[in-house]
Design a binder for this molecule. Sequence first.
Ligand SMILES: Cc1cc2nc3c(=O)[nH]c(=O)nc-3n(C[C@H](O)[C@H](O)[C@H](O)COP(=O)(O)OP(=O)(O)OC[C@H]3O[C@@H](n4cnc5c(N)ncnc54)[C@H](O)[C@@H]3O)c2cc1C
Length: 312
Amino acid sequence: MKHFRDILNSSRTTFSFEFFPPKTAAGAAKLFDHIVKLEALGPSFVSVTYGAGGSTRQLTRELVHKVREETGIATVPHLTCVKHSEEEIRKIVAGYAERGIQSILALRGDAPANEDHDWGSDRFSNASELVYFIRKVSDEYVGKNGFPGFGIGVAGFPEGHPGTPNRLEEMDYLKAKVDAGADYIITQMFFDNRDLYDFRDRCEMSGIRIPIIAGIMPIQTISGMKRMSELALGMRFPGPLLRMVRRTDGSHEAIQRVGTHWATEQSRDLLDHRVAGIHFYTLNTSGATREIYKTLGAVNSDQLGNGSMLEF
Ligand SMILES: Cc1cc2nc3c(=O)[nH]c(=O)nc-3n(C[C@H](O)[C@H](O)[C@H](O)COP(=O)(O)OP(=O)(O)OC[C@H]3O[C@@H](n4cnc5c(N)ncnc54)[C@H](O)[C@@H]3O)c2cc1C
């Protein structure tokens, strides 16, 4: 099996899908049906989010191991350091190393909803510190049972980091994550590709030279748009996209069609601009992602990234 770093460093564009852990057994079974459908697209990897509060944290680990062991797809757990001690993080990271996981997406995380969180009480106060610690634990495990070390991912924000309004400082902090040992960046969702190209340019100027994987979310519902705006503070829906949404009758089907169309156009343009990778926020469904591949004429990720060898 390829090491995660080889997946990143091959010349091929990576395609990855993000899921969140369902809270019920029925939800988990339904998600697995979607994962099996998406497996046919040959993703480079899939990732599983980590709850800020605590109730779903164990579910992340369970889903990560299930996907990895039942499908063989490289699976990347998200890990946040909010409300975690050093010992807890060490245990989680070591557990992943022992079970053959090769990459972790390291994040600071947000404060749990409806909780007045004391940020000073966390052992790790930002993602850089977490990256540094994961790299340290990873090095301790390298070579044990063939563990090759983690590829570590971090978050990037093309529209600006919500916690760092100073746009020069935010690049220093992103560079600090890279210097602490990050191997790749996955971006927050964005709906105007110019934000991604400008972010890529600013990374280059800041000496950040690791793959930047572009986060794409096909809009599904108006309530989902509202929820995302609250969760991903600062996220911007461009006027032309809002106009398209407003032209519909608001039905689920119409919003889905508009959202998938917009995400398809974004993906096509990103591929033309040779992005390192595209990460689809699937919202635990498979329809929109499969539709994007289909509209772009590709049956799998290999073809989407490299084209077929079709001759004219
Ligand atoms: C791809 C992606 C996946 C995500 N997955 C999850 C998930 O699974 N679970 C979840 O809860 N959230 C997730 N998030 C959201 C993320 O946790 C929040 O946006 C969070 O507010 C910031 O996380 P970060 O890792 O970017 O933090 P950081 O980059 O660490 O920034 C956090 C704060 O620390 C400050 N800071 C950063 N670096 C330094 C430094 N070197 N020195 C001093 N101060 C510094 C910043 O100014 C900021 O205020 C995800 C986001 C993205 C883009």
